[in-house]
Design a protein around this ligand. Structure first.
Ligand code: MN
Length: 433
């Protein structure tokens, strides 16, 4: 017997990858964990019979000769597969896009890649083999791919994900059906939780990133909290977000991140959970840890994480060319031209008085004004940034205030300058692989 299975609390990427395995491996039967996400449950209630799927209690374990594990690489995340964990003759194939610690499934063969979805790995292989999918198969695969990549928009999305989406659309994946399952309507109690969360968001800046924290105690079961968190995240507008839902004796932690340097899967891995860089979850028993302790641990992890990533000090320019406030505009222009720079700081000792940028030179209308001091043309109220802050913090200040230069200040002294060009270069040329 050949079976394929995936993680508990199965999402669409997990389900679709199980279905993909039943297509790719002749004779393979898909085993869907008993606990699935609410929207997967909704899908299965109407579509289950269309696929070759069974529940774990229908598996005849002693007959299983080969196991295909998709969208996870940990035994503890599988539903009732412990009986197979120690089986020596068992052959295991692994398909996964999570690259994290805690992997304990010894596969005979594996396809593991940092990519937007596990579905992508299957779709790529199917396309390579020239397999034609039915519209229904293509649709469920596309739902899995879109869910994990945020419709190809999450930072972890790759060109291969987009090519897989194209292949599925070529095979007549139905976007109306996909939209129906990807955007379920909000239920009344989901809205209540959302309003509850809105009332008490705690925002903190940690190494230049804005991080949102929230703790909600649930007195009844609320379906699909992940969807509520996604909605909440759009409203609170932070770089990353951690929400703890406490019910009965357990805390469920849900995390989301929109920045490369905050890896949710890695952080929630500390709590025995998982996910990928953009999204993840973990469950902790109340007896093991309080919600406050969880937040403290997350903050420590964020700080440790940030200390390894790129800081403003790594990308700033120095020394900074500055001029005195009395410097004539003529000289300012000559300095900009000879140094090929677009901005000069105006300083007096250690004090930053203002900045003059190329654009300001347009304010010089009459010839005689070239003899006027720079202080008459410079911009005042200068915003600055610290050397330990992140490039994304600088980008945010630049966008929100429409400025292109930020002096880098440490202990009241200007030690460098970071420009829009530095930030763009960092984002487009130097992104770590
Ligand atoms: Mn996945």
């Amino acid at each position: 017997m050949l079976i394929a299975t995936t993680h508990k609390n199965t999402d669409f990427d997990g389900l679709a990858s199980v279905i993909a395995a039943t297509i790719l491996y002749p004779g393979c039967i898909g085993v869907v964990p008993k606990m699935t996400n609410k929207n997967v449950e909704r899908f299965l209630s109407t579509h289950k019979t269309a696929f070759n799927l069974i529940l774990p209690n229908e598996v005849r374990y002693d007959e299983v000769t080969k196991l295909i594990v998709v969208d996870t690489d940990q035994w503890q995340r599988l539903d009732r597969m412990d009986k197979l964990a120690g089986k020596e003759s068992l052959e295991i194939d692994l398909w996964d896009h999570h690259m994290m610690a805690g992997s304990d499934i010894q596969a005979s063969w594996s396809c593991k890649e940092r990519i937007g979805s596990t579905v992508t790995l299957f779709a790529r292989e199917m396309q390579k083999r020239g397999i034609q999918l039915t519209p229904l198969d293509s649709t469920v695969l596309l739902i899995g791919l879109y869910e994990d990549t945020g419709h190809l928009s999450f930072p972890g999305t790759t060109a291969d994900d987009a090519r897989a989406a194209a292949y599925l659309l070529d095979n007549k994946a139905d976007l109306n059906v996909a939209g129906f399952f990807l955007n379920p309507p909000y239920e009344e109690n989901q809205k209540e939780i959302l309003f509850e969360m809105m009332k008490r968001t705690e925002k903190r800046t940690i190494f230049g990133h804005s991080i949102g924290f929230n703790h909600v105690t649930l007195d009844k079961k609320v379906p699909n909290l992940a969807t509520v968190v996604n909605m909440y995240r759009k409203i609170v507008n932070v770089d990353a977000l951690f929400v703890i839902f406490t019910s009965d004796d357990r805390h469920s932690i849900i995390g989301r991140s929109g920045v490369e340097s905050i890896d949710i899967g890695q952080i929630l891995g500390l709590f025995g959970g998982g996910g990928h860089s953009g999204a993840g979850s973990a469950t902790v028993k109340d007896s093991e840890m309080s919600a406050d302790t969880i937040f403290e641990k997350i903050i420590t992890a964020l700080a440790a994480n940030s200390s390894e990533s790129i800081h403003i000090a790594d990308i700033m320019s120095f020394p900074v060319i500055s001029v005195a406030p009395e410097t004539p505009m003529r000289e300012v222009q000559a300095l900009m031209t000879s140094n090929k720079i677009r901005g000069l700081m105006v300083t007096e000792g250690d004090n930053i008085l203002g900045i003059i940028v190329l654009w300001d030179l347009k304010k010089v209308k009459k010839d005689i004004q070239w003899d006027s001091p720079v202080k008459a043309f410079m911009a005042r109220n200068i915003l600055s940034i610290g050397p330990g802050d992140s490039p994304s913090a600088a980008a945010r200040i630049m966008i929100e205030n429409d400025v292109g230069h930020l002096p880098v200040v440490q202990d009241d002294k200007m030690i460098g300058i970071v420009t829009r060009t530095d930030i763009l270069t960092y984002y487009y040329d130097l992104l770590p692989d």
